[in-house]
Structure formats: C-alpha cells, structure tokens
Design a protein around this ligand. Sequence first.
Ligand code: DI6
Ligand code: FE
Length: 404
Amino acid sequence: MWDALFINAEIATMVVGGEPYGLVRDGAVGVRNGDIAFVGAMSELGADIGDVAREIHDIGGDLITPGLIDCHTHLVWAGDRSSEFEARLLGKSYEEIAAAGGGIMATVNATRDADEAMLLDAATTRLQDFINEGVTTIEIKSGYGLDLETELKILRVARALEDEDRIRVRTTFLGAHALPPEFYRKDAYIEFICNEMLPAAHAEGLLDAVDGFCETIGFSAAQIEQVFKKAVTLGLPVKLHAEQLSDQGGARLAAKYGALSADHLEYLNPADASALAEAGTVAVLLPGAFYFLRETQKPPLEALRAAGAIMAVATDCNPGTSPMTSLLLAANMATTFFGLTAEETLAGVTRNAAKALGLESCGEISVGKRADFAIWDATRPAELVATIGQNPHIATVFGGEICS
Ligand code: DI6
Ligand code: FE
C-alpha cells in the first residue's frame, strides 16, 4: 500500500536512457515513506487504484518534473549594490569597482553589520521566490563574511533556512572569496582560512562542501589548492568558481581534486573540458552573471559536450553579479545565451544539479529517490524554459507531502 498516488500526469522523470526527458506519458507516481515507490504508465496500474494507495491525487494531465535544484547561490547577504549597477552602466568595469573597495567588499561590510535575524529575514524572502518556482533543494555559500564570526553567522542562517517540510539546503564554505581588509597578503589570509575558519565551521557541522574564487581579483590556483588540501583532510568535497573572468587553470585544479563542480567557465580553455569530464566534475553554467556583467565570452559548450562533461545550470543568486531569484529565468538564459538544448537545461536544474551537490537521493523521478517533485501548468517539459517571467508552477511535493 502506497501512502499516495499521483495519477494522470505527464512525467518528465529525467531518467537517462529512454524517451527525451525520461518522459512517461499518461503516467502515475506512487509514494511511500517519503520516497518514490512507483513511476510508470497508468496502464501498468490495476483497474482498482483505490486498493494500492491511501490517497489519490489526480493531476489532470499536467506535467510533473523532479523538484528543481539550484546548485549555486550566495543567498545570504545584506546591503544593496544598485549604485555599482549604475556605475557599470556609465562604463566602469566589475574589476575596477572591486579594486576601488566596492564589489564583494561592499556586501561584506553590510553583512558584517547585519544581525542574524536580519539576514535570516532577507534570505527567507529570497528563498520564497525559489520555492514558488518548484525548487526543493538549494545550495547556499558563505563568503560575504571573510572573518570567522560573520562566516559562521552566514552558515548558521543558511542552515536555519532548511525546512524539512519544504526545502533542503546544502551549505558551502566560500571563505576564499575575496581578501578582507584585515589581511594585507592573500597567502596570510589563505593560511587563516586553512588553520582557523575552515576547521571551525566544519567543527560546528555547518559545511557540506568547500568552494573558492579562482580569479585575479580572487585567489590563484596555487592558493586555492591550499584550501582544497585542507578540505580533503577534513573529508569535505570541493567545488570552484573557475574561469569566470579569465583563464586561471581553475578547472584543471578542480578536476585534479575530483571536485563536485567547476562553476562559470566562460574562459575555460576548450582543451580542459575533458579533464572535467574525466573527473566527473559537473560544469555549472551561470548565465545570470554572464548577462548581468554583459559578458560576451561564452563557456565552450561544444567542447564540454564533445568531452561528455556533465552540465548543470544555476542562478548564482548574489547581489553583485547575478541578483536573480528565478531558476526558471536562469534556465531560459542557458538556452538563449549559451545554446543548451531544453533537455540539457532541464537536466541541469534537476539530475545534474543534484550531482553538482553530491546528492544521490534527488534530481530524478525514479523508484527509491526522495519524492520531491513539482507540478506544472504545462504539458511539455520545454514549456518550462520557453517562457520569460511566467511561472507555471502549481504545486510542490516534498518528501511525499504536498507542501505548496
Ligand atoms: N563570482 C561571482 O559572480 C560572485 N562571486 C564570485 O565568486 C560575485 C560576488 C559579488 O560581486 O558580490
Ligand atoms: Fe558564485
């Protein structure tokens, strides 16, 4: 006996191998103990479905997909960066603004000044936008504290945003995001990260992964490698902001450490795509930052495809380079700006986004996975990425329970 059965649905299971999108037409999903216990065509069910499930929900021909997964956000911050947006409209570059003390440091200062309740409040409002679009798992990075107290504060807020009734949160330590003013030398700050901040955050149980910003305005590959080595000793998986504004060899470093993901990749050397593919490191594409910075250099999609790299798509939700809270918009942009197919894009916000977080339990609709799925006012999966600013979300099921 299943706890619930969702019937008469078009199901984009996102399972690889069969139809595009793993589509099951005129299908049903059965749920037991919060897990998927059945997925298949209605015709596979006996005549009397009342006997197999306690509750029956008729989806009326609408579309079911796995709950969406945003595998790259910086959701917790304070302050406002619209003056930088204005400055960039007048011709200043992102790097120039950062060098003048704006950029990431502007948000760091505001976030240090904010108390936990304020941060939680602001992040909760942003998170609601994601939940309203069927997101059931979200990654949240620290990196706007750059001192122990504030990094821990951000991570605690991120953990507090998890809600066992509706959203799973994965937290990532991004201490190596920018050089804080208390440190003159980047190497000294990297030492502080490795010896103090990272172990302390890990000891509090606040971390699922470790990230870095490998960039001229961030840290070199050699400096990031120190952080990765420490992460390895703590048993934490790594990921990396790589090749966003220039080629620093970050993707190669990520691959060398078997990183969960290498993110951005606009300036990835096409020859390095195979290293990502071989390491199983997910290439996370972030078209919101590309758009907002008015970048013209695109990730080498053909090389990533040819190498067989796994690709995901995320918002990079942050106040400086991608102030967006819509994963559906990021998905649309991944198709129009970067040339992903609709199917690659949907895989990128479900199955492959789960991989980028090291999650085995979600991202597709198959027996044994958590029963996290979204129900849409749509009949074809491509409808989710083919519109801009429309939200066809009807309801979300999280751990088998209808939660919105
Ligand atoms: N890359 C980004 O796009 C963000 N961080 C990063 O490492 C930008 C963060 C910011 O400008 O606040
Ligand atoms: Fe980012």
